[in-house]
Design a protein around this ligand. Structure first.
Ligand SMILES: Cc1cc2nc3c(=O)[nH]c(=O)nc-3n(C[C@H](O)[C@H](O)[C@H](O)COP(=O)(O)OP(=O)(O)OC[C@H]3O[C@@H](n4cnc5c(N)ncnc54)[C@H](O)[C@@H]3O)c2cc1C
Length: 378
């Protein structure tokens, strides 16, 4: 573990805000990471664990504690007990998109729709990253983590992590503390051996986003390329030459509301049922098949509604900014707050509060931030 001259967090976060913290440590190996965390926790210092800084909104004041940068890397291929599957274990600091690229090259399916999501592997389960109907919960087997309460390292199964829509027991949600304060050291995924030829493209959201018909086939490489191109058009792939990507991705979560509340919103507001976006398959064992296929059970469900639509239909167009502010909505995506160059956290927070106010007065919903807020309030 190496104590380094603290770097301003504006240089290490994609929203580009934040001063240099009091202390900064670089952890290049898991051993260094564990040692740094144990020492900081025992001494009672506030700790901010930093991956790619792409899901953080950091305030303008200096963080009064230790920022631990996770710089570990490496991918290991392992057999799976499940026929037709392979496991990949990646170190927490490994670049997420590099892991996706590796899986696609190896012909392993299950994460290709999450191509281009910035950040590290270790942060991916923290908010159960997802795109186009694919989420890490669908392929995650277990993580190796270190708990703050004991300083112990253990292997924890996906079931114990409470992964839900952009959440887990490890996530620091705005206004609350994580249910379990722990740092992920490595992540193990189970991926299907799909090869390089065309196969079924699973999931309605993914097919729609890629302009495919139900039943369409494509290779993993084709899906990855199309996803990257689609994301680039929306400013959702980091690009130093494109200020629309100086963001934390979606700044607000798509609200999850009851089906009855969703009916009070205009019919044009896009919405998705909160069931996994997989093609349903009903398996009836041959021995018990009596020539009758039962109808699927219908239950009152929750509905995810489009925050981008709510923002645009509360009168705030893409590119919107307050007078004299250097913070603006992305010109490509109404859900991304962007730093147009030198914006302070205060300017971004002012824009965020303005948007929340407009959406609340139009539609009666308070949008919740998706990034983790450190030293800044809305
Ligand atoms: C342009 C853009 C597009 C994006 N698109 C998407 C998208 O499509 N889908 C999506 O889900 N997200 C998206 N995001 C958000 C972001 O990329 C993900 O949340 C990503 O997983 C964050 O990883 P990170 O390493 O940058 O985390 P950081 O921002 O460094 O950290 C985020 C939080 O996780 C904690 N943390 C980091 N590493 C660990 C660890 N090893 N163990 C425990 N806690 C840890 C940090 O302390 C912090 O609280 C996007 C962001 C940007 C900027």
């Amino acid at each position: 573990m190496v104590d380094i001259e603290p770097i301003p967090l504006a240089q290490l976060t994609t929203l580009r805000t934040g001063a240099a913290p009091v202390r900064m440590i670089d952890a290049h190996t898991t051993g260094e990471l564990v040692a740094a965390l144990r020492e900081a926790w025992v001494d009672g210092h506030p700790v901010l664990v930093l991956g790619g800084g792409s899901n953080l909104f950091v305030g303008d004041e200096s963080f009064d504690g230790i920022v631990v940068r996770i710089l570990t890397s490496g991918i290991e291929r392992m057999p799976s007990p499940r026929p037709g599957y392979v496991r990949l274990r990646a170190q927490a600091g490994h670049d997420w998109d590099d892991l996706v690229a590796f899986a696609v090259l190896e012909g392993l399916g299950g994460i290709e729709a999450m191509s281009g999501i910035p950040g590290t592997v270790g942060a991916a389960p923290v908010q159960n990253i997802g795109a186009y109907g694919q989420e890490i919960v669908q392929t995650l087997v277990e993580v190796e983590l270190i708990d703050e309460s004991t300083g112990d390292v253990s292997t924890v199964s996906v079931e114990e992590l409470g992964l839900g829509f952009r959440t887990s027991v490890l996530k620091h949600h705005y206004g609350s503390v994580p249910e379990r304060s722990a740092v992920i050291l490595s992540v193990t995924l189970e991926l299907a051996v799909a090869g390089h030829s065309d196969g079924p493209v699973v999931g309605d959201q993914l097919r729609t986003a890629l302009g495919l018909e139900p039943g369409a086939s494509a290779s993993l490489g084709w899906v990855r390329d199309r996803v990257l191109a689609t994301r680039r058009r929306k400013g959702m792939v980091l690009d130093p030459d494109d200020p629309d990507t100086y963001s934390a991705g979606s700044f607000f979560q798509n609200p999850i509301v009851s089906a009855s509340f969703a009916r009070t919103l205009p019919a044009e507001c896009p919405r998705w049922p909160m069931t996994p976006d997989l093609d349903p398959v009903l398996v009836i064992p041959l021995a018990s098949y009596e020539g009758y296929v039962p109808p699927s059970a219908v239950r009152e469900s929750e509905v995810k509604v489009s925050a981008a639509w709510l923002i645009e239909h509360s009168g705030l167009r893409k590119g919107f900014k307050l007078p004299r502010s250097r913070a603006a909505l992305s010109s490509k995506h109404a859900l991304a707050l962007t730093n147009r160059g030198g914006a302070t956290a205060a300017e971004l927070a002012q824009l965020a509060r303005f948007i929340q106010g407009r959406v609340q007065s139009e539609f009666g919903l308070i949008l919740q931030p998706e990034p983790v807020l450190v030293g800044v309030e809305l």
